[in-house]
Write a protein that binds this ligand. Structure first.
Ligand code: HEC
Ligand code: HEC
Ligand code: HEC
Ligand code: HEC
Length: 443
């Protein structure tokens, strides 16, 4: 009898403990704010003005506003918007014939996004020019967008010119780019992301909260292109999200961003594929770490604990950004320095190889006797080499988000560039076109 009572009591304790753990896990999984405060004002759906949201959530608003004035640099990144063209003059050559050779600055804080796009020298404001800058360029710069996409539809939005759309895009990046007003949950706001997932058979509304802490950044931090005359914003993910698969996608779509002068190569410009690069099997991604873990760590202010919305280089606050998981913060920051230096050096070797290939193709294309098939094959490899290099170069972490993958892609890029150079030399039977270091000679 006594045994039964002990058993029943023990059973009860186990059940109660399980319920308690369940409740705690549930609460843990709710955003901090849901656990705490009642809203002061009701926020309209897709409200573009972040200050309105800020009435309910002052900590998140104040920290988001700090991104406007951040100005500290790190070795390879930071917030000063330094010029990549000045830092690495090879890029003036690599982007010759297209707007990035005129103006290419490092990224800075979210609150500056709208000013920076309006002020870049890359814009073509002539609305009658078929090459005019499309309105699509505003897609990742403003919290006015979710409302405009709802009102106009993305097709009509993208069909407008930058100049026409400009007056309607009034706010920099803000709350409405990442949150649903009613619930404050993280959401996909960019129709191009939703459509890319749909074509992959994925439904983002089924993603976990931890997944959304990465996916919300994919509203903008991705590779994309403007499809067709309507400049329809499209992510090239249908064959997969690795760089080789994107190249196949672009090949089949017959897409190129510009034609390289004198070599006549149809080229691709990579954008900022942080999401694809990070999720391609990186150690952190495989361990379940999210973008927000490093870039928006929890901070404490008096009694409240919230996600800092002051998004910038985690090397400026490694105790908060890395210290939550790594006990030896100094060690991991040192690892970042080593990884980035290796990637940056390897990147320069790839650039030198591509420039040698370009010079060989130019010379072969100018000669009367070039074998057209070999020359075309050289152009194809040139296109692929440069896109692979750019995929790593335009990705903003200098390889840190996925170090092994960065070095693999750069090695492939260098190999393709050297093959392109050899084919060009072969096409005119001229071994002088195998010269290396032509960047340094021309300088
Ligand atoms: C494990 C931590 C970690 C994760 C996870 C992470 N990052 Fe980073 N991120 C870094 C570090 C470190 C740098 C390098 C900063 C530097 O060079 O100053 C960086 C750099 C960046 C930069 C450039 C910052 C600058 O100063 O110019 C951007 C943009 C960025 N990350 C976006 C993302 C996105 C988007 C994701 C998710 C897809 C992500 N990061 C995931 C640690 C992380
Ligand atoms: C770039 C995307 C982004 C923008 C812009 C953004 N947030 Fe967030 N926000 C996040 C992420 C990521 C989290 C973490 C969510 C989680 O863990 O579930 C978060 C969390 C929150 C939370 C939950 C509590 C917390 O701090 O973790 C609140 C409230 C919030 N944000 C309010 C705002 C407000 C108000 C604005 C505009 C002033 C804003 N956010 C802008 C991405 C964003
Ligand atoms: C609505 C589009 C959008 C979303 C969503 C977005 N970003 Fe950005 N992000 C940008 C743009 C555009 C810039 C560059 C702004 C500039 O240079 O003026 C940028 C810049 C950055 C930088 C560089 C800041 C600096 O000071 O150098 C980091 C880091 C970053 N984003 C991380 C993230 C992370 C992490 C997320 C997800 C939590 C995210 N972003 C979500 C568009 C977005
Ligand atoms: C949310 C947890 C988390 C955060 C935040 C985090 N890391 Fe990690 N990191 C991990 C895990 C898990 C691993 C896998 C190896 C392990 O278990 O130690 C790892 C591994 C690493 C490695 C070794 C990578 C490799 O491929 O062997 C480096 C370097 C590193 N982290 C740097 C950083 C830096 C720098 C930051 C801050 C910018 C950071 N981490 C933030 C969880 C985290």
């Amino acid at each position: 009898m006594k045994n039964y009572i002990t058993l029943i009591l023990a059973g009860l304790v186990v059940v109660l403990a399980a319920v308690l753990i369940g409740v705690m896990v549930y609460i843990q999984n709710q955003p901090a704010e849901v656990r705490a405060v009642q809203p002061l004002v009701e926020i309209a759906a897709m409200e573009p003005d972040s200050a309105q949201w800020g009435i309910n959530h002052p900590n998140q608003y104040d920290t988001l506003m700090k991104t406007a004035t951040n100005n500290v640099d790190t070795t390879y990144g930071g917030s000063s918007a330094f010029s990549w063209l000045e830092r690495d003059p090879r890029q003036v050559i690599l982007f010759a014939g297209m707007p990035f050779s005129k103006d290419y600055n490092d990224d800075r804080g979210h609150a500056n996004a709208l000013d920076d796009v309006n002020e870049t020298k890359r814009l073509n404001l002539n609305v009658d020019d078929p090459k005019r800058t499309p309105g699509t360029c505003y897609s990742c710069k403003s919290s006015s967008n979710p409302g405009l996409w709802k009102e106009l539809g993305m097709e009509a939005y993208d069909a407008m010119s930058f100049v026409e759309l400009g007056p309607r895009v009034t706010e920099p990046i803000g709350c409405a780019n990442c949150h649903e007003a009613e619930t404050m949950r993280l959401i996909v706001t960019n129709p191009a992301l939703e459509e890319a997932f749909e074509r992959q058979g994925k439904d983002w509304t089924t993603f976990t909260r931890q997944e959304m802490r990465t996916v919300v950044c994919a509203n903008c931090h991705v590779e994309y292109y403007f499809k067709g005359d309507g400049k329809y914003l499209t992510f090239p993910w249908d064959m997969g999200m690795k760089v080789e698969q994107m190249i196949v996608y672009y090949e089949e779509a017959g897409f190129s961003d510009w034609v390289y002068p004198e070599t006549d190569t149809p080229m691709l410009k990579a954008q900022h594929p942080e999401f694809e690069f990070f999720t391609a099997g990186s150690t952190h991604y495989e361990a379940g770490v999210s973008c927000a873990d490093c870039h928006m760590p929890y901070v404490r202010e008096g009694a409240s604990k919230y996600s800092t919305h002051d998004v910038h280089s985690p090397l400026l606050n490694p105790e908060e950004a890395c210290g939550q998981c790594h006990t030896n913060t100094e060690y991991v920051v040192e690892r970042v320095a080593i990884i980035q230096q290796q990637v940056a050096d390897t990147k320069i070797s790839a650039e030198d190889a591509i420039i040698d290939a370009m010079n060989a193709i130019k010379a072969a294309a100018a000669a009367a006797n070039a074998d057209p098939a070999l020359l075309d094959e050289a152009r194809k490899l040139h296109r692929e080499a440069q896109f692979m290099w750019d995929f790593i170069s335009a990705e903003n972490s200098t390889g840190f988000h996925n170090p092994e993958y960065a070095l693999e892609v750069l090695a492939k890029s260098t190999n393709l560039a050297r093959q392109a150079q050899m084919l060009a030399a072969q096409s005119v039977n001229d071994s002088s076109l195998l010269a290396t270091g032509t960047f340094y000679e021309n300088k």
